[in-house]
Design a protein around this ligand. Structure first.
Ligand code: ACO
Length: 329
């Protein structure tokens, strides 16, 4: 199900809304505190989009940056994949809207939904499509306006999420970080651990779904916490084993940015020093599918990755889904 590959990251970009909402401001609308949020999650602040900014706008900013950093002409992009659980609308896809906003050729464009694992799933899919020889250069984006599905009256969830987007231009090349392998998985046995119950075919929008606040994200935080640590450890171990690598050989881990305690537990279980984990959740919260590309872009801009170093990108999300990607910088 997984294979080695020679796809490389040719450019990275990210974009976040300008509005910063810190824990203090949230404590004015729900019963919470900076102390509780920071100690339980590691989050200090998050970016929140304004009413006029949709997911495709955030994706546009990140994609433009990734294209510009790649030095590749937009006319050479022949595949667009947007990972998101907060599309502009149910259909058409956010990828189609982005293709038009970027002025790309009329190339294959579609959304992929794997919640917080979405960007890594999309990289895996892009790599397979590039390997088929039918596509040459893909634009892969993770973009979310989580604020549009958050119940701002629910203190157990509203403090956790933020809005943003990250993007990568990927293609076959001799230069740039190399995608060495992927490990994706899912277990749909308990969808209600993290879900948005209403608005789909099972429970279409009506006055009752509005009244029950069914259009907002619902989560069993404790169970998700336990599953997150377990599946991210499993995906990382399987990926390393598949490539005959030891955890001690990993130079960098870019984990899904949900909760610093999840990251600490993962580091402990994998016996990889915490210093090797890149974290920016303090400033962004959990941006779902945008989390990994946003962190990857920030870390890359900070010059953290040295040529030849080995990195693991690892995520979990609603589904449950999980995914790990091996990168040689
Ligand atoms: N402020 C103050 N108190 C709060 C808040 C808040 N914002 N939220 C919950 N509490 C209270 C609870 O009501 C509870 O009170 P009680 O004991 O009187 O009932 C108490 O704090 C403890 O609640 P817990 O849920 O046990 O707190 P916990 O330490 O587990 O932390 C958290 C909760 C932060 C949600 C944690 O479980 C977590 O991070 N889970 C993983 C969530 C996650 O990663 N989700 C993203 C999935 S990715 C995707 O696909 C979108």
């Amino acid at each position: 199900m997984n294979s080695s590959c020679t796809t490389r990251i040719l450019g990275l970009g990210s974009h976040v809304p300008s509005l910063v909402v810190d824990n203090q401001s949230l404590s004015k609308s729900v019963e919470t505190s900076d102390e509780w949020i920071l100690s339980r999650t590691g989050i200090r602040e998050r970016r929140i989009a304004n009413e006029d900014e949709s997911t495709s706008d955030l994706a546009l900013g990140a994609a433009q940056q990734a294209l510009s950093s790649s030095g590749i002409s937009p006319s050479r992009i022949d595949l667009v994949i947007v990972a998101t659980i907060t599309p502009d609308m149910a259909f058409p896809s956010t990828a189609c809207l982005l293709q038009h906003k970027l002025g790309l050729r009329k190339v294959a464009s579609f959304d992929l939904e794997a919640a917080c694992s979405g960007f890594l799933y999309a990289l895996d899919v892009a790599d397979a499509m590039l390997a088929s020889g039918r596509y040459n250069i893909a634009l892969v984006v993770g973009a979310e306006k989580m604020s549009s599905i958050i119940d701002w009256e629910d203190r157990t969830t509203c403090v956790l999420f933020g809005d943003g987007a990250g993007a990568a231009v990927v293609g076959k090349s001799r230069e740039g970080p190399q995608l060495l392998g992927f490990r994706c998985g899912a277990d749909g046995a308990n969808p209600e651990l993290l879900y948005q119950p209403a608005g789909g075919s099972k429970s279409p929008a009506c006055s009752a779904t509005l009244e029950s606040r069914g259009h907002y994200l619902k989560m069993n935080g404790r169970e998700i916490f336990k599953s997150a640590v377990r599946v991210m450890e499993m995906a990382t171990r399987e990926l390393l084993e598949q490539h005959e690598l030891e955890a001690s050989q990993v130079d960098h881990v870019i984990p899904h940015q949900a909760n610093v305690r999840i990251v600490e537990s993962l580091a402990n279980r994998l016996e990889i020093p915490l210093e090797k984990f890149y974290c920016n959740l303090e400033h962004h919260g959990n941006t779902s599918a945008a989390s990994i590309p946003l962190a990857l872009d920030e870390a890359s801009k900070q010059g953290i990755f040295k040529q030849g170093e080995l990195g693991v990108l690892v995520a979990f999300g609603a589904g449950l889904t999980w995914s790990a990607t091996l990168v040689r910088f």
